[in-house]
Design a protein around this ligand. Sequence first.
Ligand SMILES: [Zn+2]
Length: 137
Amino acid sequence: MTTPQGNPYAQQPYPNPYAQQSQPNAYAQQGGHPQAGGYPQGAGTFLVCRFCGGAPAVDVTFRAHRGLLVLMTFRKLEGPMCRSCGMRVHKQLTTETLWQGWWSPLSLVLFTPLTLLWNVIASAKVKKLQAPGPAGY
Ligand SMILES: [Zn+2]
């Protein structure tokens, strides 16, 4: 058995075998962040309303409090909201709190005033927005 190859190692010793593997920007094409694309909210600059999809929207939390003698419940609605939806949620939860928030002593002096104050502060954030337009505006 004679192998007809003249010099079998002629093909293997490349001058620099890692030249093709160690490209300086091998990872540059992957972006580094797997979810960099397709997640526009990552930057935090562009939010759309969670209810109607309108923009601009602001990340805000509204709260409602219900104080009964033995049972107190806290409810909150959070997420990016546009101006009109934010004001609607503000009105809804504040009305709910005004109706149901005064029926325990602790609620009367503490939780309900704080909840109402919180909603006023949150609604101020929403009021600063422009009226909503279609998404991508
Ligand atoms: Zn909206």
